[in-house]
Design a binder for this molecule. Structure first.
Ligand code: GUN
Length: 289
């Protein structure tokens, strides 16, 4: 078993982004964050993304709204970001309060600035395999890790457990696309005899959001295991009172896997790195227009 070091690969990606950002001066790629409410996980994710943007020489701005904000007010802000030529990427942090329909909010973002890849247009482009389509950052990070770890995907059976808009569906589309050429099975919470399917996986992507859901007997010898889960479980020995674990029962699965991502330090850092790469791509495209 070997670990796929997400921190290391993310640093490589970020270093490459930083080098490219420097060549754009005096233009500075700018990603605009929008956060609604004070969900603790969202606060910490957006902070991390802002800090990373600064590290690679990008501008990051943040607009905060109370969780009572109206759809109209939020849309007016997104419209102003869409119209602002100095803004290259826009990210509305999910989850949103119940009264704000996520799909509608995401779709208010111009597809050219949709660095999160959540708009209907971006997902359509992904299905159509339009070159340069923005893919959601977490699945884009998964693909980058596989490539940089020398994992061959063509003709391999990739099993994706989870069908979310943010991870499962786009991960499946990317693995299936020309060039990666995997045979893809997507499972969901109602899949019958899930273990029989996950055991067929050459590449297993666990994105269900349930701590330690993938057990040792669900994985075959030699599989590449990508754990997308970030679950907080109570841990009295920690100052915070919790610790982070993945969707994979790491201790049971790691001895069977040929390659496996840890949690934390696996997919997580890649997501942020790919957001920077998407923003840089968005900025470079405006120069070519
Ligand atoms: N919430 C959890 N992950 C993400 C993400 O990648 N982007 C946004 N906008 N919200 C999220």
């Amino acid at each position: 078993m070997a670990l796929i070091d997400g921190n290391l690969i993310a640093q490589q990606v970020l270093q490459e982004v930083k080098t490219r950002v420097a060549t754009l001066a005096p233009q500075v790629p700018h990603v605009a964050f929008v956060r609604v409410g004070d969900d603790p996980a969202s606060v910490s994710y957006v902070n991390k993304k802002q800090k990373t943007a600064a590290e690679v020489g990008m501008k990051a701005s943040l607009k905060l709204f109370p969780d009572t904000v109206s759809k109209e007010e939020l849309f007016a802000h997104l419209d102003s970001l869409n119209a602002d030529d100095t803004v290259h990427g826009i990210l509305v942090q999910a989850p949103l309060p119940k009264h704000l329909p996520e799909t509608e909010v995401f779709n208010r973002i111009s597809p050219d600035k949709d660095v999160d890849g959540f708009t209907t247009a971006s997902i359509g482009r992904l299905v159509q395999e339009v070159p340069g389509a923005f893919a959601a950052c977490t699945p884009a990070g998964i693909i980058e890790m596989l490539k940089r770890s020398g994992v061959v995907t063509a003709g391999k059976h990739a099993v994706v457990v989870g069908r979310s808009l943010i991870v499962g569906k786009p991960a499946a589309l990317l693995l299936l696309a020309k060039g990666l050429d995997a045979t893809v099975t997507v499972c969901n919470s109602r899949t019958k005899d899930l273990a029989a399917i996950t055991r067929q996986a050459d590449i297993l992507v666990a994105a269900i959001g349930k701590p330690h859901f993938i057990k040792g007997d669900m994985v075959s010898e030699g599989a590449v295991v990508i754990d997308v889960g970030i679950n907080r479980i109570p841990d009295a020995t920690k100052k915070t009172g919790y610790r982070l674990v993945g969707d994979v029962d790491f201790d049971a699965v790691a001895p069977k896997a040929s390659l496996i991502t840890p949690v934390p330090g696996g997919v997580g850092p890649m997501t942020v790195a790919m957001l920077m790469k998407n923003t840089l791509d968005a900025c470079e495209r405006t120069r070519k227009k």
